[in-house]
Write a protein that binds this ligand. Structure first.
Ligand code: PLP
Length: 393
């Protein structure tokens, strides 16, 4: 008997994440899709070689990639999704989809560094300029939009400095001038911010982070608001020769099954730890949008349904040696880039900041914490001992 796919839209997130992409009738009853390692697809009818609606080559992906694309649309909504070999490749795919030679991109100054470098390198070489703007520009973006503007790229909150952008206000100004809006929605894992309800045209996810969730897979996704944007994004994927490995797609899909649980736990732990950090004498400010003292708290509260496990901390000025002793002595937190995995990470971010429109000013060192699934009391004890080393320095 063929499996009757339920209408997932009526279910809550955890249920959708458990069922998304399931089609056991295609896989001898197996709950999970098969990993098909397929480049060449054999075609019986010569007339079908060049003129058929069916897939004739494996590059766009087989059942497991299709299941993952479906699952991404189940989380964020949208009319279509494409995968990319990394989160950064998803950013560059979305940017390439909207970029035009002679055009100008508007980009948040708080953007992830490698996305900035793609604009300043490859896109610039191809005749696309980029103007960076203050992430808190809001409706003021209207003054920057002109006839050359080919797209607006947002990242909210910024993944190092945690400014929450007024996406609806920016998207409204963009819509008025028919300019596409791209959002790097990685912080929310696509769960806590609904891009298409807020006017976004292309939503980018570094699936490497929360979706994969185990620090072992690179993958990106772009979900499109409309069939037209989905078609354009797929065309870019094909023209760039992108591929998403079936083994990796399988691992991301497996990660998605527990995304709801992990995010709930990690988000709650992170908020608790952020609140605790706020009370510590060596901490100057905690950059977590769910804290009432965060400058963008009202926007976050209006637009987000929750928070993930990534936030920033500005310390009071501290000697470099004391900071080094704090970081190197941690027992649970480890230093490393990336985030969203099951393991807690801590990293100093000052050397990673590249700003041109809205310079970053802080009274002391900036740290970024990614809270994993360890017990929050153990994490707090680890941080407490770390702050004591900072104090001793
Ligand atoms: C990590 C990250 C990316 C890139 O993801 P990779 O899979 O590491 O290429 C893109 N955007 C944001 C906000 C990120 O944090």
């Amino acid at each position: 008997m063929a499996y009757k796919k339920p209408d997932l839209s009526k279910f809550r997130l955890e249920t959708r994440l458990a069922l998304a992409g399931r089609d056991p009738s295609r896989f001898e009853g197996a709950v999970n899709p098969a990993v098909q390692r397929a480049t060449t697809l054999l075609i019986d009818d010569a007339d079908d070689l060049y003129n058929t609606p069916r897939q004739t080559y494996g590059l766009v992906g087989m059942a497991v990639q299709q299941a993952l694309r479906e699952a991404l649309m189940t989380i964020e909504g949208g009319a279509g999704a494409v995968l990319a070999p990394s989160g950064l490749a998803a950013c560059t795919l979305a940017l390439t989809t909207v970029a035009k030679a002679g055009g100008e991109l508007l980009m948040t100054d708080a953007v992830y560094g490698p996305t900035r470098r793609f604009c300043e390198g490859t896109l610039k070489k191809l005749g696309v300029t980029t103007r960076f703007f203050d992430p808190r520009i809001g409706a003021g973006i209207a003054e920057l939009i002109n006839d050359k503007t080919c797209g607006i790229f947002l990242e909210s909150p910024g993944s190092l400095t945690f400014e929450v952008q007024d996406v609806p206000a920016i998207a409204a100004a963009a819509k008025a001038r028919n300019v596409p809006v791209v959002l790097d929605n990685t912080w929310s894992a696509g769960v806590h911010f609904k891009p298409f309800a807020h006017g976004v045209d292309l939503s980018v996810q570094a699936l490497t982070k929360y979706q994969a969730g185990h620090a072992d897979v690179f993958m990106g996704g772009v979900v499109a608001a409309t069939p037209d944007f989905a078609r354009r994004a797929l065309m870019t994927y094909k023209q760039l020769g992108f591929n998403a490995s079936p083994d990796d797609a399988y691992l991301v899909l497996r990660g998605l099954r527990t995304l709801g649980l992990r995010l709930e736990h990690q988000g709650a732990s992170a908020l608790r730890i952020a609140q605790w950090m706020e009370t510590q004498p060596h901490v100057s400010r905690v950059l977590h949008p769910a804290l009432p003292g965060h400058p963008d708290h009202a926007i976050w509260k209006r637009d987000f349904s929750g928070s993930s496990g990534l936030f920033g901390v500005v310390l009071k000025p501290a000697p470099a040696a004391a900071l080094k002793a704090m970081l190197e002595g941690m027992e649970i937190f480890a230093m490393g880039f990336s985030w969203g995995g099951y393991e807690s990470l801590i990293v100093p971010s000052d050397d990673n900041l590249q700003r041109s429109a809205a310079p970053w000013k802080a009274e002391g060192p900036l740290l970024r914490l990614s809270i994993g699934i360890e017990h929050p009391d153990d994490l707090i004890a680890d941080l407490q001992a770390g702050l004591a080393r900072l104090n001793a320095g």
